[in-house]
Design a protein around this ligand. Structure first.
Ligand code: PLP
Length: 404
């Protein structure tokens, strides 16, 4: 890795005045990627521990994925869903086998996958339990997307406030509170929706016992359980779904992010009655499940399987976490906690220095993500090596020593 300096980064001049200002961007323009590394327009190399926010799971520009996309682009990029295509059913079958679901709907993003889940739950609820059964219970700290329904499912006022009035039908429960959850589930509830690991909130791991309890409460009340595995799915945590660590199967599972390695794709998978709830006319997508994205997703699954990336994520993730735990022991006044499952990892600080560390790492050629003032989030490509993770731990150690 070369070593871009803060001065160089300060000199960076964005030229995006015609782009809506919805993002706080880092002062770097990335132009190329390979494996766990990316390069900027000045030829500087970075180790990428954000991977497009968990999108580039098999690494940037994996040759098998690149070839599949190029081959498919040369034969048929898009066909409307008014016709069959050869790849969509094959992908649906593979994803169903990996998740324990029966059927898949393909969209283009995580929010769309969750919109589909919400629509299934509402239609299912009304059909099974009457017209008033449309409420969905979600949890504090959750993130389910930015469309109006999914931002309402996202139980965080900071994402919602400017966009009121919000659609009705969402009820929020404090994550981990058993009694509140029990109280919230009633006649009007059609589903409970949860991320097994809250990603946007800074890798908050939901205890497996709580997931099992939610499953039991849903079964008792006869309501659907929706797992939002948009960030935690696709092998990132060492199993295909994070919920599989707890041995719990949802009725609906959503995937997106790394499903097609950066070609937009979101998937809503369902089983049982939920899988057959939507019929022609209920839902659809112009681009969803088109051959190009399906080819990329199938190639992505090939790589995860042939390179043993789930096992690799579990092993390297544990080593990385051990390294971060070592930093916590070395800097007990600066670090509150190191936590993670597989390669979904966070370092929580006891001081508001996350952004300074993010910038310091960027200046030293390492890309990470600061969540608020106190959390550093790491979502590297699953192909990252133990040596590369150790290098990041060393660099972080140097920066923490400076802060101390
Ligand atoms: N659900 C979860 C758990 C997410 O982490 C995200 C995005 O970060 C979304 C949904 C929304 O996905 P998208 O940005 O693709 O709409």
């Amino acid at each position: 890795m070369s070593n871009p300096t803060a001065d160089d980064a300060t000199a960076f001049q964005p030229n995006d005045s015609c782009v809506m200002g919805t993002y706080g961007r880092q002062p770097v323009k990335l132009v190329r990627g390979q494996g766990a590394r990316v390069w900027d327009d000045r030829g500087r190399e970075y180790l990428d521990l954000l991977a497009g926010i968990a999108v580039c799971g098999v690494g940037h520009c994996h040759p098998h994925v690149v070839k599949a996309i190029a081959d498919q682009a040369a034969s048929l990029m898009h066909v409307s869903n008014h016709f069959h295509n050869t790849l969509q059913p094959v992908l649906a079958e593979r994803l169903c086998a990996l998740t324990g679901m029966d059927r898949a709907f393909f969209g283009n993003s995580g929010a769309e996958a969750n919109e589909c889940a919400i629509k299934i739950a509402r239609k299912w609820g009304k059909a099974q339990r009457g017209a008033d059964c449309f409420e969905i219970v979600t949890f504090t700290g959750s993130f389910h997307g930015r469309t109006l329904a999914t931002v309402t499912a996202t139980a965080q006022p900071k994402y919602q406030a400017p966009f009121a009035p919000l659609p009705p039908g969402f009820v929020y429960v404090e994550l981990g509170d058993v009694a509140a959850l029990d109280n919230a589930i009633g006649e009007q509830t059609c589903a409970v929706m949860i991320e097994p690991i809250q990603g946007e909130s800074g890798i908050r791991i939901v205890p497996p016992d709580y997931l099992r309890l939610i499953r039991a409460l849903c079964d008792e009340a006869g309501v659907l359980l929706i797992f939002d595995e948009v960030q935690s799915g696709m092998g990132r945590t060492g199993s295909f779904l994070a919920s599989q660590h707890a041995g719990v199967t949802g009725d609906i599972v959503t995937l997106a992010k790394s499903v097609a390695s950066g070609v937009p794709m979101g998937v809503c998978l369902a089983r049982g009655d939920a899988a057959t709830t939507l019929v022609p006319g209920d839902h659809g997508s112009t681009f969803g499940g088109q051959p190009l994205a399906c080819a990329s997703a199938l190639a992505t699954l090939d790589v995860i399987e042939s390179e043993g990336l789930m096992e690799h994520a579990a092993v390297v993730g544990r080593q990385f976490l051990n390294g971060l735990e070592g930093l916590r022991e070395r800097f007990p006044t600066l670090i509150a906690e190191a936590r993670g499952v597989g390669l979904m990892v966070a370092l929580e600080l006891s001081v508001p220095e996350a952004r300074r560390l993010q910038r310091g790492l960027l200046d030293r050629g390492v890309i990470v993500n600061a969540v608020g003032d106190t959390i550093l989030r790491f979502l590297p490509p699953l192909v990252i090596t133990a040596e590369e993770c150790a290098q990041v731990v060393d660099t972080l150690g140097e920066l923490l020593a400076e802060i101390e």
